[in-house]
Design a protein around this ligand. Sequence first.
Ligand code: NAD
Ligand code: UDP
Length: 313
Amino acid sequence: MARVLVTGAAGFLGSHLCDRLLEQGNTVIALDNLYTGRKENLPQHPQLTWLLADIIQPLSPEQQQHIGPVEQIYHLACPASPPHYQRDPLFTLKTSFLGTLNTLNLAENWGARILVASTSEVYGDPQVHPQPESYWGNVNPFGVRSCYDEGKRVSESLCFAFRERGVEVRIARIFNTYGPRMALDDGRVVSNLVVQALQGKPLTVYGTGSQTRSFCYVSDLVAGMMALMASGVSEPVNLGNPSEFTVLQLAEQVRGFIDPALPIQFLPLPGDDPQRRRPDITLAQTRLGWFPSVSLAEGLPLTIADFRRRLRA
Ligand code: NAD
Ligand code: UDP
């Protein structure tokens, strides 16, 4: 049992991670500024302490006293959906740089092991397919996605610098993950399509829908993050499901589960939208013994059921 700080705890991934950590008997400090997260995502639990804080600012001595020391930190705080991280690019950049710097400082002061949530976006619009960790990527530093892509690359660079100082860092390069509890207005493709289909609206597909993504169900991803935290691997590790789909295939699957008669509405492709994305997860398989087990055909109905419940409520 450990005392664990989770930043970004009220968000989609953070809240599922908190559930799992509590189930295993850990004590959890859940930090979030509610930029995209919701406090209702978190359970009322005697072992959970809530802390409303913006990680761009260093925690005050009182806050540190209240929280620490902890043995583990999962640093997830950062908007993850393109419309949300592009809403205020400077906020996203500050969260990625100052937020990660502040959190790494806490890890160093407390002697805690820290897992930082990085992303497949560090590969940009990849020219190597599938993407292994050794690929350095193809990122536009001066575009609409750069606040997030370059921000996460800086987060990884900070991890490297702190590892040199002796901090135990773990870096998860997370690929597209979906599931229950994504915000109704999240804006990412799975939640958009599911909400649209449940409301009987046309499904929005950007571009021709020939671009690909590889979708991981949230329970698999959380298991991967916890396996990485427990491991001795201090280099970046891809976590994702290697089953690759075009966005059009995804839209067809979603409407197949809800209403096959719904129309698809093609909208312009946003700037710098990666054409292909699929993780090479050899490293996670061999070093963590981790492999995702929930297929898209299994995960989508679970996700749809949750959205249906929330839209009715
Ligand atoms: P999310 O938007 O649901 O959650 C992010 C959480 O961080 C929210 O609760 C938000 O309020 C909080 N937050 C943002 N900025 C903050 C700040 N400055 N201080 C404190 N809290 C702040 O997104 P998510 O999908 O749960 O993503 C969690 C993490 O995983 C992010 O770091 C994201 O970049 C990474 N990631 C997610 C995916 C995915 O597919 N879900 C893929 C790659 C990487
Ligand atoms: N997309 C889409 N319709 C939507 C939302 C997204 O076709 O309503 C596309 C988007 O252009 C991208 C893919 O779906 O090609 C995945 O988008 P998302 O925002 O989920 O994540 P990304 O991997 O692009 O960060």
